[in-house]
Design a protein around this ligand. Sequence first.
Ligand code: N01
Length: 539
Amino acid sequence: MTTDFDAVVVGAGFGGLSMLQNLRQLDMSVKVFERGDGVGGTWYWNRYPGARCDSESVYYMFSDHFSPQILDEWTWSERFAAQPEILDYLNFVTDKMDLRRDIQFGTAVTGAVYDEANNRWEITTDDGGTTTARYLVTAVGCISTTNLPAFPGLADYAGERYHTGAWPHEPVDFSGKRVAVIGTGATGVQAIPEIAKQAAHLVVFQRTPNYDIPARNRPLDTEYVQEVKAEYPELWEKARASGFGLPYQVVEGSAAEAPPEERQQRYQRAWDKGGFYIGLETYSDFLVNKDSNDTISDFIRSRIRETVRDPATAELLAPSDHPFSTKRPPLETDYYVTYNRDNVTLVDINRTPIATITRDGLRTSEQEYAFDAIVFATGFDAMTGTLFKMGITGRDGLALEDKWADGPSTYLGLTTHGFPNLFMITGPQSPSVLSNMPVAIEQNTEWIAGLIEHMREVGADYSEATAEAERGWVEHHNQVADATLLLGTNSWWVGANIPGKPRTLYPYVGGVGAFRDICADVARKGYEGITLTSRTPVR
Ligand code: N01
């Protein structure tokens, strides 16, 4: 059965829900395909123990642009919301806005081919269906394709095996079990303390230690919530104009040039406050000045050494191979103190690499381990992994993965030349994962809806970024990236976690507010850099 819509949106997480709502306001017929059996995207799949948001929950939600009523009605219980509460929130939003009726759950997109003759996208799904639409919007999330490294012997392993990014819906009980966790990124750092509380013994296999910042999570009191709600209009404006999508007080100035005493006090204050304040509200040059970065990296290493009792373990946990924030700094709750427990062991797999997974556990270059369960907290093929799995094919039969074989090439991270009427939410070369996500998402979806509305006004039904505009954006993106320390560190932000993935900075690091201004300017100039014409044949 073929069905036809004005727009198809892929994904029903924050991005898909926001896009659906925006397109509905244009009275468009919209179909959303979602591979999960419910809304939530990232929050639907990542149900591992300890999963919670690293953005403060009062800012990790749709803003007044989306619905002032929902903003007022919803109240978070904790400073950093846990996964079940965020999923509840997204279900609340979905029902409140009556979004569910346009979403087809349990359906993955297997192909999306631009049909030049009809100026439509032809979308195939794993239920055997074909759907056509003028516009195709990907809202597939940045970290939605899990990375399970090809460890030798993986197929032989007979015990329980989990990936944090595809966690079972039923609770997993590690009580009394011998458990391994491989990976110490933001996910591992959240899961490890919770698993350690249950397991008979936990062995953590670490490749790279991170600069983990205390979350200092706490229940939210009514008075604080009321204060925030009263200030929301200003707070959202501030977040939209900010560097990273959070309404924090930016403090200009160089850490390297500050008097050491002042610096120490500022770091300590922000450290005690918890959350990302230490990176965002102390000094402004950590990402561009190695000397400044050394000061904060030293500060955090000292805190780790103070917390972890065994000096050898503390040394393994103190990062020295990369500057602070050139990999995503995780927020931690009881992470470092977990290594003071008798039932937790840390293994440095740089010194003793994993040689093979075995039937009963795994073997490093030094030792054999037996495990009842192995938890892979090994991250994602981020930013492009899911887009490439969807079989997106543009004009002249060009496949997206072929066009981007040497790395993504986009206009504003929102469109790409050769793929008419295709829009990406939090696509590569947009702020995406370097922003508090809902703020980046709302900017993207509002801009896309604005462009479609403009097309209507000027009688266009075909939009395509010009090759020249795209070259300009990629050049700007690279210039901004080159001015930072980010490319010098092996992180998933630069694709270093996936063998063979082109090394380039995937998110745009020019800032959420600056990006917003650039996009607004493009719109003001009649969507400069995008060809807008009428191509649909008269039937
Ligand atoms: O994934 P990661 P993640 N052998 O790629 C290791 C977001 N997030 O799921 O660092 C051995 O960061 C890898 O080692 P290394 C957040 O943006 C958000 O933890 O590559 N080890 C690393 O330790 C975050 O950045 C929240 O050397 C291997 C780990 O596995 C993003 O999700 C909460 C390996 C993977 O770390 C991804 O975090 C949690 C191998 N072959 C996460 N391959 C919220 O705030 C990889 N590793 C909402």
